[in-house]
Design a protein. Sequence first.
Length: 221
Amino acid sequence: MDAPVKSIPEWQATDGLVSYPEAVARMEARAAAIADGTATELVWLLEHPPIYTAGTSARDADLLDARFPVHRTGRGGQFTYHGPGQRVGYVMLDLKRRSVKGRGPDVRAYVRDLEQWLIGTLALFGVKGERRAGRVGIWVQHGRKSDMREDKIAALGVRIKRWVTFHGVALNVAPDLSHFSGIVPCGVSDHGVTSLAELGVTATMADVDMALRRSFEEVFG
């Protein structure tokens, strides 16, 4: 059986804050070009100004306080927050080109690879990230044994068009966690959110970017 084609995507890291509508427009254009064969795959790392985004499964009741702009988007998932101190990774890969011959693209495997990418990145900072059945994202346990908490540290949201992926992941490095209070993040009300900073990990965005790239290459080739 032929192995999937492995290619090295272009990497971009944008300084400053990129507006969400601008980012979506750029992603859509790049994904279309990748599908047309006129552009290489891309991993784009950036931060957004404070915004709540609603995926295709978002429930209006989960928007508790629209203290920031709300953007309805075509990615999968429910409500999430983006803002300064959170590293967003938009991933534009050609799943058809990367698929094993005779099997076709595997969306579930792609999502699992995104999860493993985040788990591997967190491990480089000594943080154990975990999947949870029925809950999207990556979760960590922290606190004292008598008061152990389980909170989300990273979110995922994916859209695929012509077998090219876009949107991606968001890792909480050192955002203002109170900004999440305006929504029920990803529809999960009985758990909170955390960050590397809250866990005592002092890391710059450059540190996180290096860890993201190292883990990505281990997972995706």
